[in-house]
Design a protein. Structure first.
Length: 459
């Protein structure tokens, strides 16, 4: 049995149901699982230097939190940052779809390595990816990002996305980037059958994820839902992101976006939805009562001028809400800790009384996000949970003066890199540097492939 004792943290923020925080706390990990959390020495501490020897990690000067969980991303977009800078969603998509049509395995691998490294270096231990673009004749794209996640050591929930409604049939994307409906459904089932691991502590799970109401047919949505439920996997899509989308849904289907999803069988405890910016009070109640999760992406929503999601209202109605960095072409960054701070600030845009606290947004980014992905084995530091732990140093220049509440300082004063990051009890970041891969190599590859993309040169 492998054992690791993280000793003497400034604070351990457990995110358990009671909101327990332990000053001077320590964490004992055994074979990738949290065995004990407390102050002082663990039971039988004398044996940890003897027959039950444990490795030790100095937690002094750090705040320990559960690893952050990212609920929405588009990894391939990372190599097309800082484009369509003054466009809303539809204009941004129209400008970028022709560029993204060139995605291939080299692009996907380089983008995934950059994106996942960026997430890890912000304290993220579990992420999803919504990949919906599969140009004809380019196999291996989903496998490329799975390989990158395995290399980095991050827990991964990729979504096999799809689009089958091109411009010629009234959709937004060009016909060159959409799939045949039957082909998309077949490929989605194959992805689940080949890659999905439902076991406790799984490092890889697949979700079914048609893209959005303006890029998919009703048939694809309905049959994807049936497929996901037959296979026992989760479902994900974009909804209610912009007023343009709402107008499209009303004009095309005669219903508002959430009403449309409800009609298509796309609400429930096995579903989480990206954005949900434009929900009315009835929509908020419907999301909550059906147990549907919401991936809140505040930076992307601000960048594209989409609006501010009613996250506080959803939480007050006891809806499941997690955080997402969204694609790095609509965020231009993939720092999940920065997204936590952004969420706090955005929630207070209409005034402090209706906003969220530092601990509430941390809970959204840990417990809430884990629930969105259907995980009850990550998101908190409790005995029996997987040992996904982020240790943030609060003893350097940027945190001087925050001694009154170092746990809140991780949100308010950051974002900083984690000093140490563990996934399944294994080090992924140590002393602020990647352990599992070379950061400079990842960056160099990312820049090289991005230059090819920018030049429009096919591989």
């Amino acid at each position: 049995m492998s054992r690791l004792l993280i000793e003497g943290c400034e604070v351990v923020v457990t995110m358990d149901d009671a909101g327990t925080e332990l000053a001077g706390g320590s964490i004992l990990i055994e074979d990738g699982v949290v065995a004990w959390v407390g102050s002082g020495s663990p039971p039988g501490a004398e044996r940890l230097d003897g027959a039950d020897r444990a490795d030790r990690l100095d937690g002094r000067g750090t705040v320990a939190i559960p690893g952050l969980v990212n609920t929405h991303h588009h990894l391939f977009q990372t190599l097309t940052r800082a484009r369509a800078q003054d466009q809303g969603l539809f204009g941004w998509l129209r400008e970028l779809y022709p560029v993204w049509a060139g995605v291939d395995v080299e692009w996907e691998r380089a983008a995934a390595r950059v994106s996942l490294a960026e997430l890890v270096l912000s304290g993220c231990t579990t992420t999803t990816d919504h990949h919906y673009l599969f140009p004809p004749g380019r196999a291996g794209i989903l496998e490329a990002e799975i390989e990158a996640a395995r290399e980095l050591g991050i827990r991964f929930h990729p979504c096999r996305g799809s689009m089958d409604l091109g411009e010629s049939r009234g959709g937004l994307p060009p016909d060159s980037v959409v799939e045949d409906t039957d082909d998309a459904l077949t490929a989605t089932e194959e992805a689940v059958t080949r890659h999905h691991d439902s076991e406790p502590g799984s490092m890889l799970r697949i979700a079914v994820a048609p893209c959005s109401p303006f890029s998919v047919t009703e048939r694809l949505m309905r049959e994807s839902a049936g497929l996901a439920r037959r296979l026992g996997v989760r479902m994900h899509t974009h909804i209610a992101e912009t007023l343009d989308e709402e107008a499209f849904c009303v004009e095309t289907f005669g219903r508002r976006p959430l009403e449309l999803l409800d009609d298509w069988g796309w609400l429930g405890s096995d579903v989480w939805l990206a954005h949900c910016v434009h929900l009315d009070d009835k929509d908020v109640r419907r999301v909550a009562e059906t147990g549907t999760g919401v991936a809140w992406c505040p930076t992307s929503n601000l960048r594209l001028g989409s609006g501010i999601a009613p996250a506080a209202e959803l939480l007050r109605d006891r809806a499941t809400v997690g955080l997402g960095v969204d694609g790095s072409a609509s965020n231009d960054a993939g720092n999940l800790l920065a997204e936590v701070r952004q969420a706090l600030l955005v929630s207070r845009a209409r005034g402090v009384p209706g906003g969220l606290s530092a601990r509430e947004v941390l809970r959204v980014a840990t417990r809430g996000a884990a629930a969105c992905l259907g995980r009850d084995d990550v998101g908190s530091l409790e005995p029996g949970k997987r040992a996904d732990v982020a240790l943030f140093g609060v003893d350097d220049l940027f945190y001087a003066g925050a001694e009154a509440d170092p746990a809140a300082a991780v949100v308010l004063c950051g974002p900083g890199r984690p000093r140490h990051l563990l996934v399944e009890g294994r080090p992924v970041v140590s002393d602020g540097r990647l352990v599992t891969a070379d950061e400079e190599d990842i960056a160099a590859e990312g820049h090289r492939v991005a230059r090819r993309i920018a030049a429009g040169v096919p591989r």
